[in-house]
Design a protein around this ligand. Sequence first.
Ligand SMILES: C[S@@+](CC[C@H](N)C(=O)[O-])C[C@H]1O[C@@H](n2cnc3c(N)ncnc32)[C@H](O)[C@@H]1O
Length: 318
Amino acid sequence: MKDNLKSFFTEHWNYMAVSTACKLGLFDALDKQNLGAKELAENLNLKEKQLSILLKALNNNGFLNEENDTYSLNETSILLTENHPNSLKYACLNWSGEHLNAWQNLEYSIQTGASSFTNSYGENYFDYLNNHPDKLHQYQKAMYEYARDDYKELPNKIDLNSVTNVIDIGGGYGAAISSIKIVYPNLTCYLFDLEKVIDNCNLKDITTIKGNFFEEIPKVAEVLILSRILHDWDNEKAAIILKNCFDALPKNGTIYIIENCSDKITIDLSMLSLNMMALCESYERTSVEYIQMVTSAGFTFESDVKLNELQTILKFKK
Ligand SMILES: C[S@@+](CC[C@H](N)C(=O)[O-])C[C@H]1O[C@@H](n2cnc3c(N)ncnc32)[C@H](O)[C@@H]1O
């Protein structure tokens, strides 16, 4: 037990070694060819001795195969290459860097209720991303890699047969709205996000709109999707977004709130909540809390349905 405890303290070293390999482009370098430490060090401009230690660690923790001092990808590490259709490279990178720094000062969030990220970086997480285009792109790619899988079933869980247009608010690079467009090709689909996010996204058949949901949401659709947005914000900020959603919808319009509702699943969300606290000054709420928040903005609750093992879709009418 005591020995387990000692190794538990350094469990994050495994993730950090993998994340470092991603950052150095190591898995990408092995995508098309198997290489030894010397060739890899030359290709990536790294120190051979230090790299050989990283390679050994990655072989030991199951991320690389090794034969005669030559390294190759396996079925796990191939997913950490840039061009794999199911790549998780940016999802892997997402949890190091600033995210890890925010966790390092988690005690600040527990002591004050405020974001440890904002305390360290002097601006909130989304403002920081907006001011660092490379970080913003990396974050959006990471979100897309999760969303691509999470929203596969979305069009089968909501009925959009009787509507003509739908808008995804804060939809990032458009994974959710794209999956809807495939199943409902005649629907007019809009994606709304911050200017710099929209500038980087490349979508077919979806109309993109730049803006700020704290200022105004465009009045273009009778159905509005707000997925993994409210959990980023405290109650006061969430209320502003919901008011703007209410103003954007016609009478009888629909809003789908998609969130990790802690009371609707058996998975414990405490770790995700700690992450939200450190980053964003919020935490994963229950469906009861969301319903209270959304009905306070003037909407009427209609129904809920599970989207996947984490997320629940809550449907409301104006
Ligand atoms: C946690 S991500 C969710 C992305 C996507 N909806 C999903 O479920 O994967 C939050 C999104 O809100 C967007 N966002 C943050 N602040 C915003 C603002 N003030 N106005 C519009 N979009 C904003 C971010 O750019 C990001 O795409």
